[in-house]
Design a binder for this molecule. Structure first.
Ligand SMILES: [Zn+2]
Length: 160
């Protein structure tokens, strides 16, 4: 005999399981979609962020070069090309960026006012720029050091 009550109960039971299955499937699909979306978003954002940061770094460097030496980043890069990518002091190639030892830096004469492009002498290695700077751009000062080293170095004496 057909029992409506039993049938409804069964229908409800079956449906409940089905519903559960649906939502579980839905949640799983959705989770996958959401994860993929997040992954893609992160990836896109990472690229954009990197590009943005690179762009920002260049802009910052350009502004800094203009305010300190009165030259643009483009002009500095042109100088590096004209120097055949080599340091004018030691004639070895440039390597690295920023504060790295052999990265290119603008060497300038401190007696000029800040931002005067005439103050720019050449592009040197960071290292070489420091060496030139230790004698305050003074050939006389440098001569004193050379004379001192000549007098005190045994190797220099035998070679002289
Ligand atoms: Zn050098």
């Amino acid at each position: 005999m057909f029992n409506k009550k039993e049938y409804n109960k069964q229908y409800y039971q079956d449906n409940k399981e089905k519903q559960k299955g649906y939502s579980k499937q839905y949640r799983m699909d959705n989770k996958k979609k959401v994860n993929e979306y997040h992954k893609q978003y992160y990836q896109d954002n990472k690229e954009n962020k990197k590009e943005y940061q690179e762009d920002n770094k260049e802009k910052k460097l350009d502004r800094s070069l203009q305010s300190r030496y009165g030259i643009t980043l483009e002009e500095r890069d042109r100088m590096i090309l004209e120097q055949d990518n080599k340091c004018t002091r030691c004639h070895l190639p440039f390597e690295g960026i920023g504060t790295e030892k052999y990265a290119p830096v603008v060497d300038h004469d401190h007696s000029y006012p800040k931002g005067d492009p005439n103050s720019v002498r050449a592009i040197l290695h960071n290292y070489c720029n420091l060496k030139v700077g230790t004698h305050n751009d003074s050939i006389e000062e440098l001569k004193l050091s050379i004379d001192y080293l000549k007098k005190t170095s045994k190797l220099a004496l035998t070679n002289d």
